[in-house]
Design a protein around this ligand. Structure first.
Ligand code: GRF
Length: 221
């Protein structure tokens, strides 16, 4: 475990966190897991971090008067971890613009939709209700615009009659999220992917369109 230091922000199950932990342990991501921060003390993902001997701390949003106070406390904990990369993985709080500006270029998120479609919540239901032919998930850099930063990689599949609101989250997780997030973090940790003022740079070239499942390296498929 060397190279970049990654901090992961979670609120819940932490299955994306687990995929990142596994990829770091297997040296598929050339990085160290510096720590995990949750806004919920009961997040099952905390146990995943501790089982991997990764420091895990809780910054409970309920303990702060407003978002600015919570953001400040979160930033204090994050900065203790000295992260080069901050990965939001099922982190269910919206960060304020001041916090985002402090972390810009270092902070990424995974969102369960084919952005720019369905920013915000209930993405699976909205895709089904719209009768979309395809659905999936996206890894994007976090900017001041909610779920609106440049998309690095997006995985998609065709929706079928078997898909419903109960089964679709798991399908998106297994077929897309758990593959594209470790891959994106590997590219960032290697310095192959980064955010510039004008957009994303991938292997020295501007990224005109998001990378796809076809771009996954063999060890991430
Ligand atoms: C994922 O579907 C993520 O895209 C969404 O919340 C879910 C988090 O799951 N924002 P987990 O905590 O990684 O298991």
């Amino acid at each position: 475990m060397t190279g970049a230091r990654i901090a992961v922000l979670i609120s819940g199950q932490g299955r994306n966190l687990q995929a990142i932990l596994d990829a770091v342990a297997a040296r598929k991501i050339p990085a160290t897991l510096a720590g995990v921060v949750s806004n919920r003390a009961d997040a099952p993902g905390l146990a995943r971090a501790r089982a991997a001997a990764v420091p895990a701390v809780v910054v409970p949003h309920t303990a702060y008067a407003d978002r600015a106070d919570f953001d400040a406390a979160l930033l204090t904990e994050l900065e203790r971890l000295r992260p080069d990369i901050v990965a939001m993985a099922g982190f269910m709080r919206v960060l304020g613009n001041d916090a985002i500006r402090r972390l810009k270029g270092r902070i990424v998120n995974i969102h369960p939709s084919l952005l720019p479609k369905y920013r915000g919540l209930h993405t699976h239901r909205r895709a089904l209700e719209a009768g979309d032919a395809e659905h999936g998930a996206s890894v994007h850099y976090v900017t001041e615009e909610l779920d609106g930063g440049p998309v690095a990689i997006q995985g998609r599949f065709r929706l079928g009659p078997q898909d419903n609101e109960q089964t679709l989250p798991e399908r998106v997780m297994q077929e897309v999220e758990l593959k594209i997030y470790p891959q994106a973090l590997a590219w960032i940790a290697r310095g192959e992917l980064r955010l510039l003022a004008g957009g994303l740079l991938f292997r020295g070239r501007p990224l005109a369109a998001p990378l796809t499942l076809a771009d996954l390296e063999p060890e991430f498929r």
